[in-house]
Design a protein around this ligand. Structure first.
Ligand code: ZN
Length: 253
């Protein structure tokens, strides 16, 4: 486990983040949305029950939700990402009713607003504490990673040919570290197995518990394949020690 990877972007230090990585991811997602012809918006995404429209709407509203946190950090006045889980879902359904052109434009505008707000944040505001949708306190700087992960994973979810191998290596490592950390925090309460992910193209391993323990459930594959499995997006390219199919992963978030 690479501690520097875990800490980057989702810790409480609140250092002014480099916006380059999130801008690359945003540009990638927006490009995929531009390339997606109108007639394909109703097709299935890789997320159960969601069309590509749902993904497009969700990613746009996610930018606006993170913008709320940025404004919260700036003003000190609490502004949650979403009013409630129901409000979040209702918003997505509203977005789904938009035309493809409007959905693309909504995404462009939301991404620009968020980027503009980040750009204007003071050092003090980057360190200000806000809370994620799950109620976790984080520095405002964490919103940059939250958005980075969102645009890359959902670009794949659009189901237009992108795969985890298109996601930058740093981002893959960071996602894997996030999932492992989440599972570790819930391991006792939810009896999450001691998954030990051994990427064949990284130093690794990424382990919930001790990699040497007798209860280790060892999974191998490329870092991209393991991250794809860990985020609940299928077990292609992931092998177990015994040769049995990879188990279903626990929920991440
Ligand atoms: Zn999302």
């Amino acid at each position: 486990m690479n501690a520097s990877v875990i800490g980057h972007g989702d810790d409480m230090t609140g250092a002014r983040p480099d916006l380059q990585v999130v801008r690359e991811g945003t540009e990638y997602f927006l490009r995929k949305l531009r390339e997606l012809t109108d007639d394909r918006f109703d097709g299935p995404s890789l997320l159960p029950g969601w069309t590509r429209r749902h993904v497009a709407a969700h990613v746009a509203y996610n930018a606006l939700a993170l913008l709320n946190l940025v404004e919260w950090a700036e003003t000190g006045v609490e502004k949650p990402m979403y009013e409630s889980p129901a409000a979040r879902d209702a918003e997505i359904e509203q977005g789904v009713a938009l035309t493809p052109a409007a959905l693309r434009e909504l995404n462009n505008q939301a991404a620009t607003k968020l980027d503009t707000a980040w750009n204007a944040l003071t050092d003090k505001a980057w360190r200000a504490e806000v809370r994620t949708r799950m109620g976790q306190p984080v520095a405002a700087s964490a919103t940059v990673w939250m958005r980075t992960r969102e645009v890359w994973l959902h670009a794949v979810d659009l189901n237009t040919g992108s795969s985890f191998t298109d996601i930058p290596a740093d981002c893959i490592d960071h996602v894997a570290a996030n999932v492992i950390a989440a599972w570790r925090a819930r391991q006792a309460a939810e009896q999450i197995p001691n998954f030990v992910l051994m990427p064949d193209d990284r130093p690794g391993p990424w382990a919930v518990g001790s990699e040497d323990a007798g209860d280790a459930v060892i999974l191998t594959g490329s870092a991209a394949a393991l991250a794809q499995w860990a985020t609940g997006r299928g077990a292609a390219g992931v092998a177990t020690e015994s040769g049995t199919p990879a188990p279903r992963p626990p929920a991440w978030l």
